[in-house]
Design a binder for this molecule. Structure first.
Ligand SMILES: NC(=O)c1ccc[n+]([C@@H]2O[C@H](COP(=O)([O-])OP(=O)(O)OC[C@H]3O[C@@H](n4cnc5c(N)ncnc54)[C@H](O)[C@@H]3O)[C@@H](O)[C@H]2O)c1
Length: 334
């Protein structure tokens, strides 16, 4: 299917960035907000995101000039989804709200329109359960910030058709993303399952007094983490040898925390009101540490990494180049 017109619903943290990426790939985007001033604000944020990508050499002046007029805002859901080929829902993470919205979208849109949810934690099966045509419903989980992080997880419910999944993967590659297909609708989708396991052991090491929060994060950032963008975990196993990894797994896994809940220290901190940045203290003291500096460092690093990917793909800066970096050079054997 040729996707040329897309509706993005929700103008919070995620909607405008998703809209910007889609418009930069020469699609018309209708950004649907709850109030007209929020829709207008979302359009301005999408356009500002494109300017930011241009300033950081991640797109071209021509692409931005073409894309900025292609994002329009409205509060009218019926008209906004009336002539699109794809709807991306990015409203608040609330199952009842999303379920009702998908039931409505199912009635409002033509049979071949794909309906995608950006949910980070809810089941796409539950979100789509009141719709009649569930084969066209899937998750497209953009990571935050959506204009920078390449990953989008496409999650299938048991009813999602292969054609819907493949059309989404192709479209996401076209807009410069690196999508992965998740064939089962499980809590945590794919990458968050891995992250949650890491969080459990990282907090466990702090709880057990093995290392400070600074040292745990330093070990991740400067050790295992620094190679991860180009050196996957399964590639790592193959590189060092499965026999050696098997021995390490069998000696280390019994010593890891394997409780089916967060470690006690985590729960104790929440009980005390130590909620992190928003309360000033979590694992760190945010009265002396700046989250804005850290976010800037994160974004600068990702920009650097994307430029590296572009150079590696021998492309020019911009969506097309990011796109080309998706070309697979090797295949796994499963
Ligand atoms: N923020 C993140 O880090 C992140 C990352 C990945 C995925 N997500 C997912 O993306 C979705 C949106 O998250 P967010 O962080 O942008 O949320 P947010 O709270 O920043 O924004 C939610 C938006 O939904 C709008 N909204 C609520 N009901 C609506 C309706 N009926 N019609 C139109 N708009 C409506 C609100 O006005 C608001 O603009 C959620 O499902 C979330 O789980 C968030």
């Amino acid at each position: 299917m040729n996707i040329e017109k897309v509706a993005v619903i929700g103008t919070g943290q995620m909607g405008p960035g998703i809209a910007a990426m889609i418009a930069l790939a020469d699609c018309d985007v209708t950004l649907i907000g709850e109030k007209i001033e929020w829709a207008d604000d979302g359009v301005n944020k999408a356009r500002a995101t494109m300017d930011w990508l241009l300033q950081n050499d991640l797109t071209t002046r021509d692409a931005v000039a073409r894309a900025q007029p292609c994002v329009r805002g409205t509060t009218d859901l019926d008209a906004g989804v009336g002539d699109v080929q794809l709807v991306v829902e990015a409203v608040s993470e609330n199952l009842a709200l999303k379920r009702e919205l998908f039931q409505r979208l199912d009635r409002l849109t033509a049979r071949d329109v794909i309906l995608a949810t950006n949910t980070s934690g809810l089941s796409v099966t539950a979100i789509g359960e009141r719709a009649q045509q569930r084969d066209r419903i899937a998750t497209t989980h953009f990571w935050n910030p959506p204009h920078l992080v390449p990953l989008v997880e496409v999650v299938m419910s048991p009813d999602t058709s292969e054609q819907t999944a493949q059309t989404l993967l192709e479209f996401l590659r076209r807009i410069g993303k690196q999508p992965v297909l998740v064939r089962k609708d499980l809590p945590g989708q794919l990458a968050n399952r891995i992250l949650q396991g890491m969080i459990r052991e990282a907090t466990n090491l702090v709880q057990e007094g093995v290392a400070s929060p600074e040292d745990v994060d330093s070990a991740i950032k400067n050790g295992l983490g620094i190679r991860l963008p180009v050196w996957g975990v399964l590639e790592h196993i193959d590189a060092v040898g499965l026999d050696m990894c098997l021995t390490i797994q069998n000696s280390v896994l019994p010593a890891l925390n394997n409780e089916p809940r967060a470690v006690q220290l985590f729960a104790d901190k929440v009980k005390r009101g130590d909620l992190g940045v928003k309360s000033g203290r979590g694992f760190y003291d945010w009265n002396t540490k700046s989250i804005d500096d850290l976010k800037k460092l994160r974004d600068d690093f990702i920009v650097h990494a994307i430029r590296f990917q572009n150079r590696h793909a021998r492309g020019k800066p911009g969506v097309d180049a990011i796109n080309r970096s998706n070309t697979k050079t090797s295949r796994s054997i499963g």
